[in-house]
Structures are given as structure tokens and as C-alpha cells.
Design a protein around this ligand. Structure first.
Ligand SMILES: Cc1cc2nc3c(=O)[nH]c(=O)nc-3n(C[C@H](O)[C@H](O)[C@H](O)COP(=O)(O)OP(=O)(O)OC[C@H]3O[C@@H](n4cnc5c(N)ncnc54)[C@H](O)[C@@H]3O)c2cc1C
Length: 435
């Protein structure tokens, strides 16, 4: 028998599962379909799950600040128990080094002042007090270890940083998706795993559902593409790419885990640190390890992936490059010969800002292009997508009159047209994972 739903959500990652939860709260009976065996086992499981509030644009900052409160109040937000337990948000704060490449954080702190987000201006002495293992000599611009001069200071030093107390990370991002699945189910949502969507069905000029890998069909008037790094393939399948000025594609990332130097408890005394002088970001990782991610400097090759279900998931030399860049800042860092960490993909747009939008096909929506920086926003993105569906399905033309969406915690309106698939490239963006 053909199944039906009010809305089909392709993808049960953190954003897909949040969208399911929020749509059910609005009265839509959803069916989430995922090719994996469990919620959050796509790129969400590879996420560093850093929750931070500083972004280059005012809209991006407001969205992230709103997003922060859902993680802080996770149990209340979900309103259900999960037999696996709830994901844990650890509030460590986030230090961003002031460098010429981030304009010494002037734009970010202006955004924070406008939105009432607290921050502290730390001197280099204060940084050394909190991070005595650090060496603040300057190394910008980033090099690769095989280039001459790698590891030699280019002069100057990091003179200070901005510390944001309302920041941290979630220790198990896949579990947070499972939590959202349970919350969605409690509202009537259903989940179908181990099944791929192979076709977007159309009837009378709009979407009418999806065809699945077992040949069966599910019919629904609304289909939402939340397929993460596979989202561009789903958009192609739906035939909706023609009017998109912003697109997305999968970008391979390697995330490094190394032990903290034994004389420092990075797990408990460390924090999230974004350091554009060495093009790395770090956060504490379980077992007194340090997680090192890349801020993608121009000297590193960008490895674009055509099909995120079929690429080399092994570490490459990039693992070593990131570890060695961080060792410039922490000379006592020991780099083990055994590589540990994560290999996964971002779904990157031209301006590293996501697409939360309808499409040229009535009934077909997309929440994609999360560009390595939207885990934190999943709950509010889900809420916004649900409202967008409701707005468009009630006959409003979101392209001509974009939805104005209220961010409830921070009591501020946002124009959802900011995330349009038809926008001009946003030149205010950092054009990096920092958003
Ligand atoms: C290495 C890394 C580090 C990151 N760090 C951070 C961070 O610190 N902070 C932050 O805010 N963000 C971070 N991100 C980004 C964040 O993780 C993502 O934005 C977020 O997890 C995306 O969630 P999603 O639900 O959109 O996609 P996904 O979790 O990728 O889910 C998409 C799902 O769609 C399914 N799917 C795909 N195609 C099909 C199909 N044809 N049929 C059925 N199912 C399909 C997949 O199986 C998958 O489960 C990071 C990402 C990566 C890769």
C-alpha cells in the first residue's frame, strides 16, 4: 500500500530531525526518510558541534545567539525523555584571537553590542594566564609544512582575543539528532531508515512525494530536502536548480584529535579557540584530547566531492598539516603517529551561508548548504523551516514577500529572504566555515 504523509523530510540529521519535530508541533504529520540506519549518522555525526555566537553578519549572529538557548535549555526544548539519554552541552566559552584577518573582531563585537551578547576583551597576558601552554608568536599567513619558513614566526604576536562566555559544544551530535527524533515521534512524526530517496514525484505542477530505493512511493504535498552534503543531488533530482543563484557542494574535511600536553587539562581548563593566525580552531575532546579543525586557508587544496556516499574517507597528509599548525601555538604538543579524528563533508554554498528556502517546484523546500556551521542552529532552523512551509502552503509568495520570522528567545524578527536560494552572494560573509 502506498504510504502518505503531510510532509516528507529527506534526511534525519540534526536539521532534518529538528524540522520534523517543529512541523509536527504545527500539526503536520511527517515522514522522515534516511538512507542510514539511525538519525544523525550522516554529516551530523562528524560535526564538531561547536555552539558559538559570533558570526560576520548581523543576521547570522542573531540566528546563532537564538540557537544557543535551545542547547542551554535542551531538556525543556525537547519535552521528552530518550532511552539513550540526552545530549550534553558543555559551556566552555569561546576565545577568538584578534588578528588582521578577522579585522581584530571589530565587526563581530559591533554585532554583539547590537544584540546584547556578552563578550570580554582579553589581553595577551590574560590569554597566557588561562592557556599557559600557549606561545603567541605570529605565523600568518598559513603555510604547509613542506613550504620553507613553516614553523618560523612571521613577526609580531597575537595581542589579544575576544572571549564569548555563551559558547561551548555538544559532546555527542548524533545523540542530539536521536533526541530530536524521539521528540518528533512524540508529536506523531514517523521515521524510515535504511531507505534512499531515488526520485521526486510530481503531479499537476507540484511535488507529490518521493520514490524509494525499494521501488515503493510515498505521497505527500510537501517534500523537504535536508540531505546535508547530498542535498545538491536531491535538488538536481527535483529539477529545481535552474533559478538558484546559490548552490551547494560537498567539501571533504579532516578533523584531528591529539592528546593535550600532560601538564595541562585541556578537557576541563581549555575552551573553544578560533585562531586565524594559524588557521585552526580547537575545542576540548573527551579523554583530555584536543580537537583541531581547519579554517581552510587558501594554501590548502579544497577537496570537492561529487557524491558524498562514495569518496575516500581516509585521513591524508592534511591531518598532519593541521596538527603541525596547532603545534606552532602549543610547542609542547605531541603529535602521535596514529591518526585519530573524523573525516566528513561540509555542504558548502558560494558565500558559506545556508539556504533555507522554498524552490521553483511548489511544495518542494530545501534546508541545505549548511557550510560546516549550522549544527548550532538546527533547532531554530527547524522552527523556521516549519513556519516557511506553513507560510508558503497558505498561499504566500515567499520569493516576492519573504517570510518575516520571529526569533522567540531574543525577541527579534529576521527576514528569511536572507537565506534565499536566489540571493546575491553575501559579501559580508567571512567566506569560510566561520560563516
Ligand atoms: C567535520 C565537520 C565539523 C563541523 N563542525 C561544526 C561545528 O562545530 N558547529 C556547527 O554549528 N556546525 C558544524 N558542522 C556543520 C554541521 O554538522 C551540519 O551543518 C549539520 O550537521 C547538518 O545537518 P543536516 O541534518 O542538514 O545534514 P546531515 O547530518 O548530513 O543529514 C543528512 C541526511 O540525509 C541523508 N540522505 C542523503 N541523501 C539521501 C537520500 N537520497 N535518501 C535518504 N536519505 C538521504 C543522509 O543519510 C543523512 O543522514 C560541521 C560539519 C562537519 C562535517
Amino acid at each position: 500500500m502506498t504510504k502518505t504523509a503531510d510532509a516528507i523530510i529527506i534526511g534525519a540529521g540534526v536539521i532534518g530531525a529538528a524540522t520534523a519535530f517543529e512541523l509536527n508541533k504545527l500539526g503536520y504529520k511527517t515522514l522522515s526518510i534516511d538512507r542510514n540506519a539511525e538519525a544523525g549518522h550522516g554529516s551530523t555525526s562528524g560535526s564538531c558541534a561547536i555552539i558559538r555566537v559570533h558570526y560576520s553578519t548581523l543576521e547570522g549572529t542573531a540566528f546563532a545567539y537564538e540557537g544557543y538557548f535551545y542547547w542551554r535549555d535542551w531538556a525543556d526544548y525537547l519535552g521528552v525523555k530518550d532511552e539513550r539519554g540526552l545530549a550534553n552541552y558543555r559551556e566552555t566559552g569561546c576565545l577568538v584571537m584578534k588578528t588582521s584577518s578577522n579585522g581584530f573582531m571589530a565587526k563581530h563585537t559591533d554585532n554583539c553590542r547590537e544584540l546584547g551578547i556578552s563578550f570580554e576583551d582579553w589581553s595577551s597576558e590574560k590569554i597566557m594566564e588561562r592557556l599557559p601552554l600557549y606561545d603567541l608568536r605570529g605565523y600568518h599567513p598559513a603555510k604547509r609544512p613542506n613550504e620553507s619558513g613553516f614553523g618560523e614566526s612571521t613577526g609580531g604576536r597575537v595581542e589579544g582575543g575576544i572571549f564569548f562566555p555563551t559558547a561551548g559544544y555538544v559532546t555527542d551530535p548524533a545523540l542530539s539528532s536521536h533526541n530530536l527524533q524521539r521528540a518528533a515521534e512524540a508529536q506523531g512524526g514517523q521515521f524510515l531508515f535504511n531507505t534512499s530517496v531515488t526520485e521526486i514525484l510530481k503531479k499537476n505542477g507540484r511535488t507529490s512525494g518521493v520514490k524509494l530505493s525499494d521501488g515503493s512511493e510515498v505521497h505527500a504535498p510537501v517534500v523537504i530536502n535536508v540531505a546535508g552534503p547530498a542535498s545538491s543531488l536531491i535538488n538536481q533530482m527535483a529539477g529545481v536548480t535552474e533559478d538558484m543563484t546559490i548552490t551547494s557542494r560537498a567539501l571533504k574535511q579532516e578533523v584531528v584529535h591529539v592528546p593535550s600536553p600532560s601538564n595541562f587539562d585541556f578537557e576541563n581548563d581549555g575552551m573553544i579557540i578560533s585562531d586565524s593566525d594559524i588557521s585552526c580552531y580547537v575545542r576540548p575532546e573527551h579523554g583530555n584530547n584536543i580537537l583541531i579543525g581547519s579554517e581552510d586557508p587558501p594554501c590548502d587544496e579544497h577537496v570537492w566531492i561529487a557524491d558524498d556516499s562514495d569518496y575516500d574517507r581516509n585521513f591524508t597528509d592534511q591531518w598532519n598539516v593541521q596538527a603541525m599548525r596547532y603545534a606552532q601555538r602549543v610547542p609542547s604538543l605531541q603529535i602521535p603517529s596514529r591518526t585519530r579524528g573524523v573525516v566528513d563533508c561540509y555542504d558548502v554554498t558560494e558565500d558559506w551561508i545556508p539556504i533555507y528556502d522554498k524552490s521553483s517546484l511548489p511544495g518542494f523546500y530545501m534546508a541545505c548548504g549548511s557550510s560546516g556551521n549550522q549544527y548550532k542552529n538546527a533547532p531554530i532552523a527547524g522552527k523556521m523551516m516549519a513556519k516557511l512551509v506553513e507560510y508558503c502552503e497558505s498561499g504566500n509568495d515567499h520569493d516576492a514577500s519573504p517570510l518575516i520570522f520571529h526569533l522567540p528567545y531574543i525577541d527579534r524578527d529576521t527576514n528569511v529572504g536572507f537565506y534565499s536560494r536566489k540571493r546575491e552572494i553575501n559579501t559580508e560573509s567571512s567566506f569560510s566555515v566561520l560563516g
